[in-house]
Design a binder for this molecule. Sequence first.
Ligand SMILES: Nc1ncnc2c1ncn2[C@@H]1O[C@H](COP(=O)(O)OP(=O)(O)OP(=O)(O)O)[C@@H](O)[C@H]1O
Ligand SMILES: [Mg+2]
Length: 328
Amino acid sequence: MGYLDLLPGGIRSPALPTGFISLGSIPLSWEATRRLFSLRRPETAQESGFVWRRAARRTSLAPTCRAKSVCVVSGKGGTGKSMIAASLSSLLARRGPTLLLDADLGVGNAHILQGVSPRHTVADVLAGKTELAKALHPCRPNLDLLAGGSGLAHLAHLEGADMDRLSMGLRSVENRYDFMVVDSAAGLSGQTLAFAAACDLILVVTTPAVTALTDAYAFMKVLWSRCPDGRVRLVLNRVQNRDQGIEAAERLCNVTQRFLGQAPECLAYLPEHTSAFEATQERRPLVEDETSNPLVEEMKQLERLVEEQWAASGSRSMAAQLAQHLFA
Ligand SMILES: Nc1ncnc2c1ncn2[C@@H]1O[C@H](COP(=O)(O)OP(=O)(O)OP(=O)(O)O)[C@@H](O)[C@H]1O
Ligand SMILES: [Mg+2]
């Protein structure tokens, strides 16, 4: 496709005749689509996007989606999300095609941890300069990156139409991948929550510091208030030893159980280790260096547990979910 554009109810492509849209891989006229979904004709451009999302909700338009998704989040910044997302995506890429999506759209740095300088970022996609498929940057065999914006404050809080465009673009590529890893911005922005809610699994990363635990609690509180069935698992990072991690996770879970009515399972206790800093400085994922150390071993164990979690749940179209959660 030369470019993608949102029309009443679907994706327009220059490859299709005027008045036709593409639903999945099936070209349909807008009128046929409208009849299929028993929709009335939208009256405004804004409303047309809404009609599309309603149609997407009524039907499973991406039944063949195979990408399992995980979103790495935290309430507080600097807890190790990008380090974990980079390592996890590198490990998953050994098993199948993987997309790393830098959802820190304003000040993304996932490309730094992969040691690449992508020509295009999500900012270009949103500005209509390129289609999302062409903005994907190959990092290593089986691993592509959609880079976030760099120093672009306006991308930190996107308008609905921008997120809609992003969701449509993702929809066009997600069937290429077995795994999608989302590296989030810290905090509770609407777009971070939407990405988290859209993924099959959410890893809330915290350190044992009380400020990080408090912010992790705040994140879960807001997430579950919007999306009660969000599948949250904890990752305790930068622990001095396993006991410290277990104690911090228990404290957090006691509070979530008491006030939010559920307590997330903790999947990993990642130790504080100098190799994380070294990998960052060398602009490579921690696990690319084959040298074994306690942090690398725990990361590999985390990757196995993430796959187990996915096996228990099955996968949905992350792009379709994203559209739903943005406008729910
Ligand atoms: N287990 C660890 N041991 C030692 N250092 C670590 C560990 N995990 C992360 N770090 C270091 O902490 C710093 C912050 O990590 P990272 O950039 O991954 O955090 P982040 O949560 O993505 O931050 P932001 O919220 O700004 O996106 C980096 O310098 C990284 O090397
Ligand atoms: Mg980060």
